[in-house]
Write a protein that binds this ligand. Sequence first.
Ligand code: NDP
Length: 512
Amino acid sequence: MAIVTPLESAPGARRRLALANPATLEPIGEIEVQAADDVRAAVMKARETQPEWAASSFDMRATVIRRALRILLDRQDEFIDLILSETGKARSEALQMEIYAACDSLNYYARRAGKILKPRRERLHGMFSLLKQLHVVYRPLGVVGVISPWNGPFILAINPCIQALMAGNAVILKPSEVTPFSGKLVGDLFDAAELPAGLLQVMLGDGETGAELTRAGVDKISFTGSVATGREVAVACAEQLIPCTLELGGKDAMIVCGDADLDNAAGGAVAGAFMNTGQYCCGTERVYVVNSVADEFTRRVVERTQRLRQGAGGEFDVGAVFWPRQLEIIQEHVADAIEKGAKILCGGRRTPSLPGLFYEPTVLIDVHHDMQIMSDETFGPILPIMRVDDEETAIRMANDSDYGLGANVWTTNREKGIAMARRLESGSVCVNDMTMTYGLQEAPFGGVKQSGIGQVNGETGLKGYCHATPILVDRFGGRQTASRYPYTHEKDEGIRRFMRLQWGTALGRRLS
Ligand code: NDP
């Protein structure tokens, strides 16, 4: 995320913010903060255009989405350069996490949304199947507000927009104030793809703009961000009686079993902790390794960590911390851990050779759960490793958290890995992988405990942007309902006889 500085504004004018590149500290532009009137005007415009889009075919919507895919493929370097200027992340990360993932999402929903949201006839159970027909149609909600964070500024903005649009909604997107230009790219991409005007509008601004969006009369909020803001968004949505999905923070645990392939596990730990400079919701934030392999695992982790290259421009592995507040949190958590007895095996300080917001990839041992580094979301390039007696203890420690977004288990015994995964209190779990389920559209994604409410992506996500409307048709033109009155003892006795027939015998229960 870029460094943001408020600018002087004339009285009555919109507030302005200046942005700087976190890796080089160079200025990269300014934005005006859009206020309540702007947001409400955008929602009105969206309401005007959405019905025609909702009435269009899935093929027609998919044509626009595919055009966006082609444009993104052609102009990927331009998009990557802009994302890098706001985030200072490694180029490969912008390519893989932002562009590749966005292309995959565009293609996935263009191809499958029509099938997933196709109206369907549902076979009714028991006697109802003789009397009624049930059709279920998926109607778009209307106007969806998407509020996105700074750590995956393009993919976390575009992915919900693609799903909401393919489901037939209009979207108002509010990206984070520190990565506004990556959010604006989403609007530019769909403009270039000739999405009808008004269907996707990007509101630049800060938290105030986001708060206005939650109160502007939209039909759903799709929020990705911190637990604290998620709670505020939930309250605002409750007041409006509108649904929301909340994709919030995490403190993902990794468990290394005694039978794990230690080289793979060490590589997984390093990737899990340092990818995106540790600033992603499913980053590995704490490792529990069983005693029997702890020394060797830790040695391999340190060896790999020391080989990582940091930089600003050119080829490197670990980029900048995206904004100053995050750097403060990282420093606070490391200082707290050291004070309480943790030992640094490598890293542990700001990177002296780089002028921007850089922190060295850090490995800590002798950590425990009374340290912030093991209990609070750090969101930085820190890997704390804790030794445990056995796998049972590892599961207990992993579950000892207010968060429950992702987790990963490393073992050469696949069945054991799956069995352990089932016992972890986590929205998703990987076996022999670092958590990347957000990138797999088929996997319903969302946290438990404080890590969120609701799930996104795939069939679950698409249907979440719709109201599933049952349409019930009487097979006999309404004769049964028309003869409802008068109520009589004879009719009640008939119903009782039928109930005994239906549920009082094994055959009856099977048929109904
Ligand atoms: P924030 O909660 O600070 O911000 C998220 C978005 O909400 C931003 O666009 C922000 O705007 C906006 N916002 C701020 N205040 C309000 C408000 N009162 N009402 C409505 N919107 C508001 O999160 P971060 O941007 O700091 O993102 C990092 C967090 O996101 C981490 O905790 C991370 O774990 C989590 N995350 C979760 C993911 C998941 O899928 N579960 C994925 C990625 C990140 P502005 O920035 O302009 O203030």
